[in-house]
Design a protein around this ligand. Structure first.
Ligand code: ADP
Ligand code: MG
Length: 329
């Protein structure tokens, strides 16, 4: 019992779980603790070491939840969070689609999906109105995950779209027309449970298309100085899109990334972000981790590259939080 009370008091002191918690408590789990976050973390540590197919599935949402992963700052972890949260969700029994909306095609690279120039992908979808079904491929490395790749051609789309009809609604239309987007009664069990749209670091027509197509915005914020600077511009854009084009749009998910638990700066930034966004902030912070950053060079997510690592465990926990919030779109 001594153990239990010590863990409980640790938990009340600390509202945030970090990689250190996963690592420290990775092997101590017994019944009395199952309701504490640390025990859940320990459970996940064990789960993470299991084959993904052995993991207990989470309930599926009633209808496809469409997330826009946006922050016009580059390098804050949009792509990394997109691919890892998506992969984690598939390991929790969810069916997921990633739309790579960044001409850099980093999400496609991370998932080992072909995106050489000329490969049909988001450019064809948006500019040429090729149906989504014709540009979607499955991510071989991650069962249950599908991807619309982005090629460098997409760089031209920002300008080419300016002159087309309903230029802000192209992605919305493409998603709506796909037979796997919708709810259980209209599209059945084969539906995608989640769609994640990985945005470029700008607020141009590509990002606007995403904000019109999605219902929930996920903003990754890097735990560093100036983290909140520039965010007001994104929030203003979101307000504008909500007012004019997509009334159901909401910022539901703030994910703190590259968190370094050893620095006061990171803790300070995280506290500031929580003050601003409250419950929208995912309680699990994603630690800065070499394993996370090296996974893409192996064409993998950290969820398969090193499933027991603190980065993978944190993404798994973040995915569980997202799934359990369960706001249907
Ligand atoms: P964005 O898509 O916002 O531009 P990325 O996801 O590409 O950002 O991340 C920027 C860089 O930071 C990449 O090199 C990535 O590997 C690295 N990175 C992202 N998350 C982490 C992390 N948790 N730990 C270490 N490096 C990370
Ligand atoms: Mg990116």
């Amino acid at each position: 019992m001594g153990d239990v009370s010590r863990e409980t008091s640790t938990e009340t002191k600390r509202t945030v779980r970090t990689a250190a918690d996963f690592a420290e408590h990775g092997t101590s789990i017994h019944d009395d603790e199952t309701e504490t976050p640390l025990a859940r973390a320990a459970e996940h540590s064990i789960l993470a070491r299991m084959d993904a197919s052995q993991r207990p599935a989470m309930p599926r949402p009633d209808a496809t939840r469409i997330f826009v992963v946006a922050n016009q700052k580059g390098g804050v972890g949009k792509t990394t969070s997109t691919v890892n949260v998506a992969a984690a969700l598939t390991q929790l029994g969810q069916r997921v689609l990633i739309v790579d909306l960044d001409p850099q095609g980093n999400a496609s690279t991370a998932l080992s999906v072909d995106h050489r120039q000329g490969t049909p992908g988001t450019y064809e979808l948006l500019v040429e109105e090729v149906p989504l079904a014709d540009v979607v491929v499955s991510a071989e490395e991650v069962p249950g995950l599908d991807v619309v790749p982005a090629t460098i051609d997409l760089a031209g789309a920002e300008i080419e779209l300016v002159s087309v009809v309903a230029r802000e609604q192209r992605l919305l239309k493409a998603l709506r027309q796909h037979p796997r987007v919708g709810d259980a009664s209209s599209v059945g069990e084969e539906r995608w449970d989640y769609v994640f749209i990985d945005c470029p670091p700008s607020l141009g027509l590509l990002t606007i298309n995403a904000l019109v197509a999605g219902a929930e915005v996920m903003i990754p914020i890097q735990a560093e100085y100036y983290a909140l600077e520039g965010l007001s511009q994104l929030l203003k854009t979101i307000d504008m899109v909500r007012a004019a084009l997509n009334p159901s749009l909401a910022v539901t998910t703030i994910l703190i990334t590259m968190y370094d638990a050893r620095t006061r700066l990171a803790a300070g930034v995280a506290a500031e972000v929580r003050e601003h966004f409250g419950d929208q902030v995912i309680k699990t912070y994603i630690p800065r981790s070499v394993r996370v950053s090296e996974a893409p060079s192996y064409g993998q997510t950290v969820m398969t590259y090193d499933p027991g690592s603190p980065g993978a465990l944190s993404y798994l926990e973040a995915a569980r939080e997202i799934a359990s919030k369960g706001v249907a779109s």
